[in-house]
Design a protein around this ligand. Structure first.
Ligand SMILES: Cc1ncc(COP(=O)(O)O)c(C=O)c1O
Length: 422
């Protein structure tokens, strides 16, 4: 079937059928089992419409890709304007756009000296771990059980074991050690032999439902890395770009990493872009080996323009004020929610606007995804802990929408079975 301007159009059912046949059969079936049959059509701000016109609030934002809203008009203008004169660019040559974005990122990121660009977070994590290996001459990578760093090579091997093993991509197991989250003694033991290149940490682990971090944990990891000569790699793909209330989550904790990885929101939701920010030590190879790492689409010039605008908007006083107001509103609202549903909502985990809710039911987060979908709100359960729900409010959301989100959460929690486990 053909729509306006000769574009092919397809119904929601048709799109689901094609996706099930050609793209992601199991994913379509799993979502359908949850009664989720959303095929996104129109999108604007923090609202989505499925192709049949049903509207949703987006409280998932694809992990922060849409921090500043879907099709943020300021960012759309920047991209359209960039396309008048630029394209992806040639990654072999120095480029004005990449250089300016690199300067801006390094200026905003304590401890960083160089910026290397990628087209996605996994690729940027791979580069972080490669750099740590080259800087230290060691192979071993320490990560956290239940971590998620992407589905590319080293990133996949450092993440959840099951995902890597099923593709026979778990690396040489002796090169990847996992430790429980928030356990400093385990990190100390893992670093004991002095053979570790890097400890990689999501500042707040997303896929286990954003558990709270003990106040001294990140500092402790920093100290242990220094003592062992290992690099601290901060994966800020979800926690970066303002979501914790600071530009980077590690800044909120007062920790300076050797390497910081950002992605998702840097794209403005419009052009794929990620970056690995390297300290002097981690990035020394850039001084020695001009083609040590190359990426055709990493740092595409039109994307860099958008990335700069993302940083401008995110660091603006009005945005900072909006984030602070939202943090306070969600703190109060979620506290009320927990007082109202103590037998259902076990834990509110809030680090700025990085929020996880854990329920008193092993599938509580999943049941919430389903109930909220029915109430026109899109939020995802935590992939590695279905008892938890990820809550990611847009950074520019207004108070009225925040209250609407809290009201829908309240209605959805009320549908959960009470006191199922304890
Ligand atoms: C914490 C974290 N790191 C890395 C990645 C990988 O990013 P990408 O999907 O862009 O490769 C993700 C993606 O969800 C993530 O959440």
């Amino acid at each position: 079937m053909t729509g306006p301007q000769g574009r092919a159009t397809v119904s929601r059912e048709g799109a689901l059928e094609l996706a099930e046949r050609y793209v992601c059969p199991d994913r379509v079936r799993t979502l359908r089992a949850l009664a989720v049959d959303l095929v996104v059509g129109r999108r604007e701000g923090y609202r989505l419409w499925d192709v049949d016109g049903r509207d949703y609030l987006d409280l998932h934002l694809n992990g922060g890709v849409f921090n500043l809203g879907h099709r943020n008009p300021e960012l759309v203008d920047v991209l359209v304007d960039a396309l008048q004169t630029l394209d992806i660019g040639n990654h072999h040559f120095p480029s004005v756009e990449r250089s300016l974005l690199a300067e801006q990122l390094v200026g905003l990121t304590p401890g960083s000296r160089y910026a290397v660009f990628a087209s996605g977070g996994g690729e940027a994590v791979d580069l972080a771990l490669k750099s740590a290996r080259r800087a230290t001459g060691r192979r071993k990578i320490v990560s956290v059980t239940g971590a998620y760093h992407g589905h590319t090579g080293l990133a996949l091997a450092a993440g959840d074991e099951r995902a890597a093993e099923s593709f026979l991509s778990d690396g040489a197991p002796r090169d990847f050690t996992r430790v429980p989250f928030d356990d400093l003694e385990a990190v100390e033991r893992a670093l004991g032999a002095g053979d570790v290149a890097a400890v990689i940490l999501e500042t707040v682990p997303a896929t286990v439902g954003f558990p709270l971090v003990s106040p001294d944990y990140l500092h402790g990891v920093r100290r242990l890395c220094d003592e062992a000569g290992a690099l601290y790699v901060a994966d800020e793909v979800q926690t970066g770009l303002g979501r914790t209330g600071s530009l980077w989550g590690v800044q909120r904790a007062g920790v300076v990493p050797d390497v910081l990885v950002c992605g998702k929101g840097l794209s403005g939701g419009l052009y794929p872009l990620a970056a690995t920010l390297l300290s002097e030590r981690a990035g020394r190879w850039l001084e020695e080996d001009g083609w040590g790492h190359v990426s055709t689409f990493g740092g595409a010039e039109v994307g860099c323009r958008v990335g700069r605008a993302v940083l401008d908007i995110t660091t603006r006083t009005s945005t900072q004020d909006r984030i602070s107001a939202l943090v306070a509103r969600f703190t109060t609202g979620l506290d009320e929610l927990q007082r109202k549903h103590p037998d259902r909502l076990l834990e509110v985990r809030q680090t700025g606007l990085v929020i996880g809710l854990r329920f008193d039911h092993p599938q509580g987060g999943m049941l919430m995804t389903k109930a909220l979908h029915g109430l026109g709100l899109w939020a995802m359960f935590a992939g590695f802990d279905p008892s938890a729900l990820q809550v990611k409010p847009g950074l520019l959301m207004d108070d009225e929408m925040a209250d609407d989100v809290l009201a829908r959460l309240d209605r959805a929690v009320a549908t959960l079975p009470a006191g199922a486990v304890s």
